[in-house]
Write a protein that binds this ligand. Structure first.
Ligand code: C5P
Length: 231
């Protein structure tokens, strides 16, 4: 079986309030999506990296000029939700020859601090696993549940992990999981939640707090500082 990366990059990034989709914000001379795609392209185990854009997207080519070559694939079939974008991307992978048993590593464009060695770790940890898994970090903070800005209760953090991406599952299994989650109205904010809803238990592969997702306005400054400190 081969390994493919799938990068959903069809969101509008409303919470980021940057006046444009957050994947197109520039950090240290490169856009968010270019950072993410470049990190994946540096993983030799990946047969190809598919970036999934909104159908009307006209900004990607200028935003990621280095994303070219036989392993750099683009599909304009993003959907209304992240899960719809991923499902459409899986279909696009199939049309390009991917099969049930191939692995798909879904990675948020917005996790732009990704390091190739973390991806390699994930692949090594999961490639012989029956289910697949994801990068994640044990939760250090005490977790409060709202709604809104008033705490109603404290979530038990023992055994709690913060899910990151990439998340690595076999194409056929992930398609089925997303289809069933949709039919049953399961809230799917990552791939693993759809897999768990089937009763399967994805492997949690410890990563780093640095694998953050730019979401809120203040995240961009933090991501930029981290990127600079690497240069
Ligand atoms: O909004 P959130 O931070 O959860 O988005 C995670 C990733 O999913 C982003 O890279 C975003 O571009 C992508 N996304 C998408 N299609 C949507 C919504 C979000 O590809 N409809």
């Amino acid at each position: 079986p081969r390994c493919f990366a799938l990068v959903p990059a069809a969101g509008v990034g409303e919470r980021a309030a940057q006046g444009r989709p957050k994947q197109y914000v520039e950090l240290v001379g490169r856009t968010v999506v270019a950072h993410s795609a470049d990190a994946l392209m540096q993983v030799p185990a990946l047969a190809a990296v598919l970036v999934v854009l909104a159908p009307q997207d006209g900004a990607f080519e200028a935003a990621a000029p280095m994303f070219v070559g036989p392993r750099a694939w683009v599909a304009r079939c993003g959907g209304a939700t992240r899960a719809d974008t991923v499902a459409a991307g899986l279909q696009a992978l199939r049309e390009r020859g991917a099969r049930d048993e191939d692995w798909v590593l879904v990675h948020d464009a917005a996790r732009c601090l990704l390091r190739p060695e973390w991806v390699q770790n994930l692949i090594e940890a999961c490639v012989d696993d029956a289910v697949g898994g994801l990068l994640a970090m044990p939760v250090a903070d005490t977790l409060k549940h709202g709604p809104g800005q008033r705490a109603q209760r404290t979530v038990d953090r023992r055994d709690a992990w913060a899910a990151q991406t990439p998340q690595m599952f076999r194409l056929g299994l992930l398609e089925r999981a997303l289809r069933e989650a949709k039919t049953q109205g399961v809230v799917v904010t990552d791939e693993a939640s759809a897999i768990e809803a089937l009763g399967l238990r994805p492997l949690l592969v410890p990563c780093s707090m640095e694998n953050l997702k730019v979401t809120l306005p203040q995240d961009f400054a933090l991501a930029e500082r981290l990127l600079r400190s690497r240069a």
